[in-house]
Design a protein around this ligand. Structure first.
Ligand code: SAH
Ligand code: SF4
Length: 403
C-alpha cells in the first residue's frame, strides 16, 4: 500500500515542484550525491540495467517493509543483479560521524555527507510508543537568529530532497528492524526549511508516501518566511497533504523580534500573521508557535499580553510551545527557570492562548539545533555533557526538539 501511495505522491508533487520558480528557491545547489537505496532516482538505475518494474517493487519492499538495505540480503534478487546494484548503488549517502545516546533514549547523530559537510539528526523515543525523528534541511543556516548555534555558524549549502528524506528513512529502517516504526518527523534540525522549500516539500511528501508517516505527524518549522508560508498552505491543499506547520516566534513585537531574528526586518509580524491567518483559513489546521523562554527578556506579563493580542486573530487555531532557551556560545541570554516558565503559561492562559512547556529531550547530549555540528564547540560539548550527567533534566531545561 505504501508503494502505491508513494508512486501517487511522486506523480503529483514532482512535476509541480520542478515547474515552480518562486522567489525563495535556493540558489545554492548540492553537488551530486551518490544514488542510494533511498534515492528517488533508483528506478532510473534499474531501468538502465533493463530490469522489469517489479524489481523496483521488490527492492522497496525490502527497504521500507523489512528495513533491509543490503542488496545481498535481498534474497529474491538474482545474484547477478545484486552484484550490479552493489557496484552502482550505495547503501547510504552519509556516514555517522558520531552518535550520542541520552539517558532518556534520545539518539543524536552527527552525519558526514558525501562532500564532507556535517549535519545533525535526532531520534526521540516516547513512552507512548511515538518515535520522532528531527531532521535537517540545510547545512548551516543563513537566517542569523542570534540565539541559535546553527545561525551562528552561517550557511554552507542546501540539502537535496534525497539527503533530507534519507535522514528519516535511515531511522525508519532501523526501527523497522527492531519491530518498531517511525511515527513522527519534525523539520527542526539544522537549517531553514522554507529557504530550501522545493526539496523540503518533496522530502516531506516522500516521508508520508514512502515511509508511511501520517501527514499530520510531519511538522515543518520555519523562522517565518511569510510568502512561503502562503505557498506551503496552497501546496498542502493542492496535494491533499495535511502537513503540520510550526512558526518560531520568540517575541511578539517587531522591535524585540527584529533584534534577535533578522528575518523580522524583511517580513515583519504583520506580514507573518497575515500569512498565518491565510494558512489556518485554507488548511483548517492550527499552527504551533515556538517560544524560547529567555530569562527577563520574553517571559514576563507584558510579553504574555502582546502574544495574546498577536495570536487573537487566529481564533483558537494557535498553540504555543515554550522551550526554555538552550544557552549557546554566541548569545548572552539565559533560560527561564521551570517555575517562571509555568507561570508564563498561566499568564498566557489568562490572555486566551494555550501553551505547553516542553521538556527538553536529550538534555545530557546537547540535542539542540547546530550544537553537535559546531566543530569548534566540540570540546565544550564534552565538558558540558559531563557536568550535566548528574543534573535533573527538569531543573535545567534547554533547547528542545519535540513532536
Ligand atoms: N529554522 C527553523 C527550524 C530549525 S530550528 C526554525 O527556526 O524554525 C528549530 C527550533 O529551535 C526553532 O524554533 C528555533 O527557534 C529553536 N532554537 C534554535 N536555537 C535555540 C536555542 N538556543 N534555544 C532554544 N530554541 C532554539
Ligand atoms: Fe536558522 Fe532556525 Fe537557527 Fe534561525 S533558529 S538561525 S532559522 S536554524
Amino acid at each position: 500500500m505504501h508503494l502505491l501511495l508513494h508512486a501517487a505522491v511522486a506523480a503529483v508533487v514532482r512535476p509541480a515542484a520542478r515547474a515552480r520558480m518562486h522567489a525563495t528557491r535556493s540558489r545554492v545547489r548540492a553537488c551530486q550525491s551518490p544514488v542510494t537505496v533511498y534515492s528517488q532516482s533508483l528506478d532510473e538505475v534499474l531501468e538502465r540495467l533493463q530490469q522489469k518494474p517489479y524489481r523496483m517493487k521488490q527492492i522497496r519492499q525490502w527497504v521500507y517493509e523489512c528495513g533491509v538495505t543490503d542488496f545481498q540480503e535481498m534474497t529474491n534478487l538474482p545474484k547477478a543483479l545484486q552484484a550490479k546494484l552493489l557496484q552502482e548503488v550505495a547503501t547510504s549517502s552519509m556516514e555517522v560521524a558520531t552518535e550520542q545516546e541520552s539517558r532518556d533514549g534520545t539518539r543524536k547523530r552527527l552525519l558526514r555527507l558525501h562532500d564532507g559537510q556535517l549535519i545533525e539528526s535526532v531520534l526521540m523515543p516516547y513512552s507512548d510508543n511515538r518515535r520522532t525523528a528531527c531532521i535537517s534541511s540545510q547545512v548551516g543556516c543563513a537566517m542569523g537568529c542570534t540565539f541559535c548555534a546553527t545561525g551562528q555558524m552561517g550557511f554552507k549549502r542546501d540539502l537535496s530532497a534525497d539527503e533530507i528524506f534519507e535522514q528519516a528513512a535511515v531511522f525508519s529502517s532501523e526501527l523497522t528492524r527492531q519491530g518498531e516504526r517511525l511515527s513522527n518527523v519534525v523539520f527542526m534540525g539544522m537549517g531553514e526549511p522554507f529557504r530550501n522549500y522545493d526539496n523540503v516539500f518533496e522530502a516531506a511528501s516522500r516521508i508520508v508516501g514512502t515511509l508511511g508517516v501520517g501527514a499530520r505527524h510531519v511538522t515543518i518549522s520555519t523562522v517565518g518566511v511569510a510568502p512561503v508560508v502562503r505557498q506551503f498552505a496552497d501546496d498542502c491543499v493542492a496535494n491533499n497533504l495535511q502537513l503540520g506547520l510550526a512558526i518560531s516566534l520568540h517575541a511578539a513585537s517587531d522591535a524585540a523580534r527584529g533584534a534577535i531574528m533578522p528575518v523580522n526586518r524583511r517580513h515583519d509580524l504583520h506580514e507573518l500573521m497575515e500569512a498565518c491567518l491565510y494558512y489556518t483559513t485554507v488548511t483548517g489546521r492550527r499552527i504551533s508557535f515556538e517560544w524560547a523562554l529567555i530569562a527577563g527578556e520574553n517571559d514576563g506579563e507584558e510579553q504574555a499580553r502582546e502574544l495574546g493580542q498577536l495570536l487573537r486573530p487566529l481564533k483558537g487555531r494557535a498553540h504555543v510551545n515554550l522551550i526554555p532557551l538552550n544557552p549557546t556560545r554566541g548569545f548572552p541570554g539565559q533560560p527561564t527557570g521551570v517555575a517562571a516558565a509555568r507561570s508564563f503559561v498561566d499568564m498566557l492562559a489568562h490572555f486566551g492562548v494555550p501553551g505547553t512547556v516542553r521538556v527538553r529531550r536529550g538534555i545530557d547530549i546537547d540535542a539542540g539545533c547546530g550544537q553537535l555540528a559546531d566543530e569548534a564547540s566540540k570540546v565544550e560539548v564534552e565538558r558540558k555533557a559531563e557536568r550535566k550527567a548528574a543534573a535533573d533534566p527538569t531543573e535545567d531545561p534547554a533547547h528542545a526538539v519535540y513532536e
